[in-house]
Write a protein that binds this ligand. Structure first.
Ligand SMILES: [Zn+2]
Length: 362
C-alpha cells in the first residue's frame, strides 16, 4: 500500500518522468524519430534556447554547442538548460533491437535497458520502474529477440532512482540473478519506491572494479553527482565482428546546487579519463536523451549492408560528447554561482565537503 502511494506520488509529482510504459496513441506520434523533443544544433540555437544569463555560463553554453551540436542535438538540449523544462517523449515504443553482436536495446522511449549476452548468461543494465514494466517490456522484448530471461545472471543498477531499480526484485526472482549497485546508493534513503533488500549473493559496485561474466568484462567507475553512488561503465562490444569500446555514463539529470554540480563535473572528468584511456568510440545511455537514442535506433532499423553502425561515433564523437557535457555542467555551475546569494558559497570555498541540496528527479 505504502509502495503504491509512494509510486502514485512519484508519478504525479514529476512531470519530468513519463511512466515508463505509458506511450501516446499512434495518431499523436511525431514524425521526428526523437519523439518531438527539442534539439539544439548550433550556437545560434543555444543562445535562443539555453536561457543562460551569466556571461561565463553563456560562453560555456556556446562551447557546448560547438562541441556537440552536430552529433548530439537531443542530448545537448537536455543537458544545457538554465531553467529545466522537460518535454515528454512522443514516440512509438522503440522496437527491441541488436545494437551490437551481443548487446541489445530493450527499453522504452524514455529509459533504455541494455542486455549483454555472454556465453555464461546475460548481464542486464537497469530494470525500469515496476514489476509490470519488467514483465511487459524487458521480459517481452528479450523473448522477441530470442533471449531467455531466465539466463539473466547479473542485474547492474546504475543508480538508486525508481525508474532504474523498480523491476529488479521481480527479475531477480525470475532468473536468480545477482543484483549489483554501489554501496552509497544501496544504503541511501530513497524518495520514491523501496530499494530491493540486498541478498547474500548480491554485491556492491566499486570504483575501478571489473566484472566478468563468460567472455565479457565490464569496467565500473563511481561517478557521483546525479545520486551519491551513480556508477558508469566501459565495456568492449563487437559490430559484425569488429571490436569497439562502449562507454555509458550512469546518471543523466544534473543537480542545481553548486556543490553537487562541482561533484558531478569531477565525476565526468573521471569518466572522460577512462574513455580516453580505453579509447572508447561508442556512447550508450540508460536514457534516450543521453545518447540521442531514439534517433540512433531509428537509423539502425534502416541500416543496410555496408552502412556504419549509428552508435559507433568514433573517438571524435566520444570526445565531443564528453566535452559537450562538461561545458553544460560548467554553464550550470557558472550560472548558479552568478545567482548565488552573498556568502552562500563560503562553505565550498573553505573546502567543506559538498552538501546535497537538490535531489534530481530522473
Ligand atoms: Zn536518475
Amino acid at each position: 500500500m505504502r509502495f503504491r502511494q509512494t509510486l502514485t506520488a512519484f508519478l504525479a509529482l514529476s512531470t519530468a518522468l513519463t511512466p515508463a510504459v505509458a506511450q501516446p496513441t499512434a495518431s499523436s506520434f511525431s514524425v521526428n524519430p526523437n519523439g518531438g523533443r527539442p534539439e539544439i544544433h548550433n550556437v545560434e540555437e543555444m543562445r535562443k534556447m539555453g536561457g543562460y544569463t551569466a556571461p561565463g555560463a553563456r560562453a560555456y553554453a556556446d562551447m557546448a554547442a560547438e562541441a556537440g551540436g552536430k552529433l548530439w542535438p537531443v542530448t545537448l538540449y537536455y543537458r544545457c538548460q538554465a531553467v529545466r523544462t522537460r518535454k515528454p517523449v512522443r514516440a512509438a515504443m522503440p522496437k527491441p533491437i541488436a545494437v551490437f553482436d551481443n548487446v541489445y536495446s530493450i527499453g522504452t522511449g524514455e529509459n533504455n535497458i541494455w542486455a549483454i549476452d555472454t556465453k555464461d548468461g546475460i548481464i542486464l543494465l537497469d530494470a525500469l520502474t515496476t514489476e509490470e514494466d519488467a514483465r511487459n517490456v524487458i521480459v517481452k522484448n528479450m523473448q522477441t529477440l530470442g533471449l531467455d530471461p531466465k539466463r539473466i545472471r547479473i542485474i547492474l543498477i546504475t543508480h538508486n532512482h525508481l525508474d532504474h531499480f523498480g523491476g529488479a526484485a521481480y527479475l531477480k526472482a525470475l532468473s536468480g540473478a545477482k543484483l549489483a549497485m554501489s554501496e552509497a546508493d544501496w544504503t541511501a534513503e530513497v524518495k520514491w519506491g523501496t530499494l530491493p533488500v540486498k541478498a547474500a549473493d548480491d554485491f556492491y559496485l566499486t570504483d575501478g572494479q571489473t566484472i566478468t561474466l563468460g567472455d565479457q568484462t565490464l569496467t565500473v567507475l563511481l561517478t557521483p553527482g546525479h545520486t551519491p553512488g551513480t556508477v558508469s561503465l566501459l565495456f568492449p562490444v563487437k559490430d559484425k565482428g569488429v571490436p569497439h569500446m562502449a562507454s555509458l555514463f550512469g546518471g543523466q539529470g544534473s543537480p542545481r546546487d553548486v556543490a553537487s554540480l562541482l561533484e558531478f563535473r569531477r565525476s565526468l572528468n573521471h569518466f572522460a579519463d577512462y574513455t580516453d584511456l580505453m579509447q572508447a568510440d561508442v556512447v550508450l545511455s540508460n536514457h534516450t536523451v543521453g545518447d540521442d537514442g531514439l534517433v540512433r535506433v531509428a537509423a539502425l532499423q534502416k541500416r543496410k549492408a555496408g552502412d556504419p553502425n549509428p552508435y559507433v561515433v568514433g573517438r571524435e564523437g566520444v570526445v565531443r560528447y564528453d566535452a559537450e557535457w562538461r561545458a553544460c555542467l560548467s554553464a550550470d555551475i557558472d550560472e548558479a554561482v552568478f545567482k548565488a546569494a552573498p556568502g552562500s558559497l563560503n562553505p565550498i570555498l573553505s573546502g567543506q565537503p559538498p552538501r546535497r541540496v537538490v535531489e534530481t528527479a530522473k
